[in-house]
Write a protein that binds this ligand. Sequence first.
Ligand code: GDP
Ligand code: MG
Length: 294
Amino acid sequence: MSFLSGFIAIIGPPNVGKSTLLNNILGTKLAIVSPKPQTTRNRIIGIYHGDGYQMVFMDTPGIHKTKTALHKSMVESALSAFHEVDILLLMMEMDSPDDPEILSFIGNLKGVKKPCILVINKIDKGPKEQLLPIIDRYRKIYPFDESLAISALKGDGLERLLYVLKCRLRPGPQFFPLNMATDQSELFLASEIIREKIYHLTRKELPYSSAVTVDTIKEEPGKNLLFISARIHLETDSQKGILIGHGGRMIKAIGRLARLELEKIFGVRVYLDLFVRVEKNWTKDTRALRRLGY
Ligand code: GDP
Ligand code: MG
């Protein structure tokens, strides 16, 4: 028997639970999960190692019709995922089956001749009777190879989903070594964690105009300590005011939560240094975006 492998893109509107699914499948926190939409900007690759097979997952940002360069680069990265992968997993939530964005995803599926699986998430949130009509309706719009109902949060239906995916893998190489769960560097993970804490704590104007870059990660020899220095990029002084907070309380809280989580992930004590930098109009300027790695 030959080794089986495949690349799988998890696509769908923001907030349907794509990152939650990926994290649950992989059992670690890779993609950031936020109660606010649109927080996954970069594609995250997670690798699931099975016995004789390997699945490489990509979590994509939603496809949006927006004008800024930041959103444009998000859309492009989501669309390019369609062509780079072997299997597409289109995700929606049971609660909002009428989201017009789902139709625009399906529009993009046409012409991409790849197995496509419809996944209806968050079935823990409502009565199961809602499910059949939704599945029926979408199967009439597009010939999905399979349709499944899951709760990414609770784990319901994930075994079946993995089985369905495994059946569609084809003979192929083992792309990544067994001990690898993601291709994202520690730098990237660290910046994602810090960004997540900003989102959760500020709840204001910051989300779409903030970015985090990590300048240094280095181990202090003999001290079992990881030194991380990161910069938070903002657009305006007023955003900076929100981020710093009264007497520096907000930035301290962000730093503390991020540090605790980083310590869990890296398994060592962390010393976290945060700097704030104001750069006007960075979400609108493609050059600035590139410098920040988008
Ligand atoms: P993404 O934007 O598609 O990546 O969505 P996220 O994974 O970030 O999830 C968005 C929100 O939905 C978070 O608050 C999750 O906890 C929540 N969520 C995800 N899956 C489920 C689920 O199966 N059930 C419920 N009740 N909530 C979920
Ligand atoms: Mg996400």
